[in-house]
Write a protein that binds this ligand. Structure first.
Ligand code: FES
Length: 318
């Protein structure tokens, strides 16, 4: 006999015989996250049981393992591992917000396809997540993937908002360019605005999602440089097949790597900084010797000192 479950603040959904709470909510059109596909191997489908806990089937062996590891209280259940035995059950999804909804419903679509081969001045943008390893070590694989997608959605939204294009992703970082459709001054401005937006959005994400749901926060390192590069479509790699190569790209990557020793989340070459119409506040500048680069580069520190890491090299004060 079918029962009903009240998803607080969303809708009352029918649960057919043998259906889990997750299957019922998905069938009713609720964007209920289920990163592992309902296999009891993540925590993204978890719900808080507000009423009728006794009407749920006992936790499966998968759920018991996760509840033990994560120390979830009895009234937190994995929706994909819970069936209904009677009426009066009310639950609340615990991981939900508008971005989850967007990812769940729309997926991603980076279908930029361009054919070109030219030399042009562009802004090069590298970003890396700083403290991902401790999170990976303490988390379930599907949770890791889920959070990666969330963070990369933050990166992608900011980059595309300012007309940038992601060239490649590697591990917990990515490389993007600005200036395919604009002059270099605008490109530098856009790269910096995208970086500052990522820092601001990540702060919100940490406070409203990571800390409450996963008891962890993330920091990133961003490096931006400008210069003449070769832009071409080599027909391999990502869906857009776009490649941007050249010496300035290496420098931008090194600037990103230097964020650690400079203890600042956003390092930009002075060359790029001087192109900006609206220069953001810089915590200081210095000359930095970049590995593999013979000339010392002057850089500006326009991010924040890290909260989770100590500086190893102090920048020159100005
Ligand atoms: S969807 Fe992964 S545990 Fe339920």
């Amino acid at each position: 006999m079918p029962y009903q479950v009240n998803f607080k603040g969303e809708k009352v959904v029918p649960v057919e015989e043998g259906q889990t709470i997750l299957q019922a909510s998905l069938a009713a059109g609720i964007p209920h996250y289920h990163a592992c596909g309902g296999k009891g191997q993540c925590t993204t489908c978890r719900v808080l049981v507000l009423q009728g806990q006794e009407q749920l089937t006992p936790p499966t062996s998968y759920e018991r393992v996760i509840k033990n590891v994560k120390k979830f209280p009895d009234n937190v259940r994995l929706a994909c591992q819970s069936n209904i035995k009677g009426e009066g059950v009310e639950v609340q999804r615990l991981i939900r917000d508008e971005t989850d909804r967007y990812i769940f419903i729309n997926g991603s679509d980076d279908s930029t396809t361009r054919v070109m081969g030219e030399r042009r001045k562009m802004a090069l943008f590298f970003i890396d997540i700083r403290n991902f390893t401790p999170f990976i070590e303490a988390s379930l694989p599907f949770d890791v993937i889920h959070i990666m997608r969330r963070i990369f959605a933050i990166f992608r939204n900011a980059i595309t908002q300012y007309d940038g294009v992601i060239i490649e992703t590697a591990g917990d970082g990515l490389y993007a360019v600005f200036g395919l459709n604009s002059k270099i001054k605008q490109a530098a401005e856009s790269a910096v605005l995208a970086g500052l937006k990522i820092l601001a959005d990540l702060r919100i994400f940490n406070n409203t999602y990571m800390r409450p749901y996963f008891n962890h926060t993330f920091e990133v390192g961003i490096g931006v440089h400008v210069g003449k590069v070769i832009v071409g479509n080599v027909g391999i790699g990502l869906s857009n097949n776009l490649t941007v190569m050249g010496y300035p790209v290496n420098i931008a990557a090194r600037l990103q790597a230097a964020t650690r020793e400079l203890n600042n989340s956003f390092v930009i070459s002075d060359l790029a900084y001087r192109l900006l119409r609206n220069q953001p506040y810089s915590l200081g500048c210095g000359h930095i010797n970049l590995k593999g680069v013979s000339t010392a580069y002057e850089v500006q520190l326009i991010g924040k000192p890290y909260e989770t890491e100590l500086p190893t090299i102090a920048p020159d004060a100005t």
